[in-house]
Design a binder for this molecule. Structure first.
Ligand code: HEM
Length: 373
């Protein structure tokens, strides 16, 4: 195992603990990357002004730089620092906080009709983006297309994708931009209207890109949270019984699973100017792998970190990031995951029938389910 393959290993947590024991911020000569694993190091890197989200020499990955997907990528707040991050964030983040959880429940439950693994996959991969699309004014039929196009677009974010997938991602980003253009003209959603007001004096291409960004940020991470919560129940039937007896515990389960077994195991930063972090000298151009999942299990952050505790007091977590890029969709993601998990457990109360494996990824921990034959 290495700090990257750990993301999809069956149990990476003992390995993360050995990394933390080596000092928390260490250089990995095989991967040629710094690895931040302790809570202190992860926090220091995420909050450091010289730790940027993209390398200075390659703001957009070369493989997509020349096409439409690259033009979207280059404008995402997630992939920028300075004004290109702060402006779209200021336009969008406050509006995401205003979403009423009741607006989430109905579209989740209306869509999830299938039983077994097919229903689970639908709830993980098609449901969450459809909900966000409907909040942004798309009708239920179009929101289905939007979630398919988003699945195609996010391929351009993975270093594991090949040329044919990147080509599909380019076409998907063009189509998503066109579909958003129609919604922006119609302006019949409160959320979209609020976001457009926030972008009034800004570049319209940044507005479209960051609307697509809301869909792409939702897609895999929410699928991972729903899937990892389901896995926690499959691994511990007593825990599943607790939820059967008291379904209101779903909120506590999701709150603990996002810490205990996070969907986004790691993120990266690139050093923009020579700097010192926790006594280590980092040079311009160095890369840092930030192990969010390892930091969550640091005993300095949470007592008894390796125990899944529904009623954990003062839970602390890096699963949604920290600092200037911290996830603005956290509350929405938790609402979507709660409604989705409730719907899954109603339709598939017996989880023994599900087999699973992790989807190949360098940072996402996303179980894919199938029916046991
Ligand atoms: C369980 C689901 C989710 C997880 C685990 C998650 C996790 C994260 C993490 C770790 C980051 C920070 C990345 C970094 O600093 O390198 C992030 C950023 C972001 N997330 Fe989420 N996210 C989730 C769902 C969502 C949803 C539903 C939305 C919006 C609808 C969203 C929108 C964003 C945006 C726009 C950013 C970039 C913020 C910035 O760069 O200023 N996320 N998310």
């Amino acid at each position: 195992m290495d700090p990257i393959t750990a993301a999809t290993h069956a149990d990476p947590y003992p390995y993360y603990s050995t990394l933390r024991a080596n000092g928390g911020l260490d250089f990995d000569p095989h991967l040629n990357i710094w690895v931040a694993s302790s809570a202190e190091a992860v926090c220091a890197v995420l909050h450091h002004p010289d730790c940027h989200v993209r390398p200075a020499h390659e703001p957009v990955p070369k493989a997509i730089a020349e096409g439409p997907a690259g033009r979207v990528f280059g404008r995402l707040m997630r992939m920028n620092e300075g004004e290109r991050q702060r402006c779209p964030r200021a336009a969008i983040a406050p509006r995401l906080q205003d979403i009423d959880p009741r607006q989430v429940e109905a579209p989740v439950k209306a869509r999830l009709l299938r039983h077994g693994a097919e229903g689970v996959r639908q709830a993980q991969f098609s449901g969450p983006v459809s909900v966000v699309a409907q909040l942004l004014g798309f009708n239920p039929t179009d929101s289905h297309l939007i979630s398919e196009l988003t699945g195609d677009f996010v391929a351009c974010l993975s270093p594991l994708s090949q040329a044919p997938q990147l080509e599909v991602a380019h076409r998907a980003s063009e189509q998503l931009a066109r579909l958003f253009q129609e919604r922006i003209v119609a302006r019949d959603s409160q959320l979209l209207n609020g976001i457009c007001q926030g972008f009034e004096d800004a570049d319209p291409d940044s507005r479209t890109a960051n609307l697509i960004g809301l869909l792409s940020q939702t897609h895999e991470a929410t699928a991972g949270l729903i899937g990892n919560a389901l896995l926690a129940l499959i691994r511990d039937p007593a825990l599943h019984q607790v939820l059967r007896d008291d379904p209101t515990q779903i909120n506590s389960l999701l709150a603990e699973v996002q810490r205990f077994d996070p969907a986004v195991q790691n993120t990266r930063r690139f050093i923009a100017a020579p700097c010192e972090i926790l006594g280590a000298a980092l040079s311009q151009g160095d890369a840092v792998l930030v192990l969010l999942a390892a930091a969550n299990r640091d005993p300095q952050l949470n007592p008894a970190p390796d125990t899944l505790l529904l009623d954990r007091p003062n839970r602390r977590s890096f699963s949604f990031g920290s600092g200037r890029h911290e996830c603005p969709g956290q509350a929405l993601a938790m609402d979507i995951a709660r409604a989705s998990l409730e719907a899954i457990l109603e339709r598939t109360p017996c989880l023994d029938q599900l087999a699973w494996h992790y989807r190949p990824s360098t940072n996402g921990r996303i179980p894919l389910f199938s029916d046991r034959s």
